[in-house]
Design a protein around this ligand. Structure first.
Ligand SMILES: Cc1ncc(COP(=O)(O)O)c(C=O)c1O
Length: 359
């Protein structure tokens, strides 16, 4: 049996109950799930494609792949051939299965950041490989490494890796034949800094060899419930993933493909959603600071990475006593033991309630 970590969210249950006992109800800032409406452009495209009796293409419709390539070029200065794009059923499944799909072998180490989305670790284990959380590639030594994850903007810290940093990771990986998988699901949510894709010429020098970028519609377009994402990059790697995914039946439903193409072609709804998050962040951050928390990194993405110096569970408890639920930093790695992660994904009404409770 593969040993998987305990699902950590169960440990928050008692704090959820505690926060829920507040007379004005809980303000749940513990998860990054969208709460605003699915954009009409997506709902309409989904409905219009509802009569889809046949099997969808694992590769996605040409329309979907062209929309993804168009969005990368228009919004992120990244030029990818539509042939080098592959839809995924959200991105979590690909994070969890990428080491397996790429043929990472037992005993090999899969690298990911010290503070990270827990699924990188899970994916390494599912492949029988060894998860290895590190921020220092130099410490890895000369062994063969099949796969390195980067995640900028980061969940949980909201830290942005500048092009220069990403360039170093890419050249380190290329020297050893490692694949760099860049989880870019928060790429459009830069605040004080503008995140850059690993596929941008400033990072990769114009060649996508050995590189994969993962993109999700969950946050940009409130499509978490539709399960819509894609991977783009190295043509040979994308074709390899396509081949295995075809055999394994990992295909995105046709109506979701239609909805995803529609949101990729439309920037207005994404700009509107960005504004909502910007407003919530602008009130929550100073409220936390005046209540004694220091916010670190957090220049992009959907989270405030904060500390008041106490242990993370003590901070969770202090906030739950005010009816606010947040995630303890140690969910994301030992280095998070004195931080909490506070999501800006609650309604304006709930965020304003949190601000009042922090006063
Ligand atoms: C860093 C990171 N990667 C991937 C995902 C998965 O997103 P989805 O499966 O909705 O595309 C999330 C979700 O919160 C995330 O934070």
């Amino acid at each position: 049996m593969i040993s998987l970590p305990d699902f950590p969210w169960d440990r928050l249950t008692v704090y959820k109950e505690r926060a829920g006992a507040h007379p004005d109800g809980i303000v749940d800032l513990s998860v990054g799930t969208p709460v605003d409406p699915v954009p009409l452009v997506a709902q309409k495209a989904l409905a219009e494609a509802a009569d889809s009796p046949g099997y969808p293409l694992t590769y996605g419709t040409p329309r979907l792949r062209e929309a993804a390539a168009g969005w990368l070029a228009r919004r992120h200065g990244v030029h990818v051939d539509a042939a080098d794009i592959l839809p995924t059923i959200g991105t979590k499944e690909l994070v969890a299965w990428l080491p397996t799909l790429l043929g990472v072998r037992p005993g090999e180490r899969v690298l990911f950041p010290e503070l990270a989305y827990p699924t990188y670790d899970v994916g390494a284990r599912l492949a029988g490989a060894t998860p290895y959380a590190t921020d220092g590639l130099l410490a890895v030594g000369p062994e063969r490494v099949p796969l390195v994850w980067v995640n900028s903007p980061s969940n949980p810290t909201g830290r942005v890796l500048p092009a220069e940093h990403l360039r170093k990771v890419v050249s380190w990986a290329r020297e050893r034949g490692a694949v760099v998988a860049s989880d870019e699901c928060y790429l459009e949510l830069g605040w004080e800094e503008r995140p850059v894709s690993v596929l941008h010429p400033d990072v990769c020098g114009g060649s996508h060899e050995g590189l994969l970028a993962l993109h999700s519609m969950s946050k940009r377009s409130n499509l978490a419930g539709y399960r819509a994402g894609f991977v783009a990059g190295d043509p040979a790697l994308v074709q390899r993933l396509l081949e295995v995914r075809k055999h394994a039946g990992m295909m995105m439903p046709a109506p979701v493909q239609a909805a995803m193409a529609a949101v990729l072609d439309d920037d207005a709804h994404a700009d509107e959603q960005r504004e909502r998050y910007a407003r919530r962040r602008a009130v929550l951050r100073p409220a936390l600071e005046s209540a004694g928390w220091r916010v670190e990194h957090s220049t992009a993405g959907l989270y405030l990475w904060a500390t008041n110096g106490a242990g993370c569970w003590e901070q969770v408890e202090a906030l739950a006593a005010r009816g606010i639920l947040v995630a303890p930093g140690d969910f994301y790695g030992e280095a998070g033991a004195r931080h909490v992660r506070i999501a800006v994904t609650a309604t304006d009404e709930r965020v304003n309630a949190a601000v009042l409770r922090l006063q």
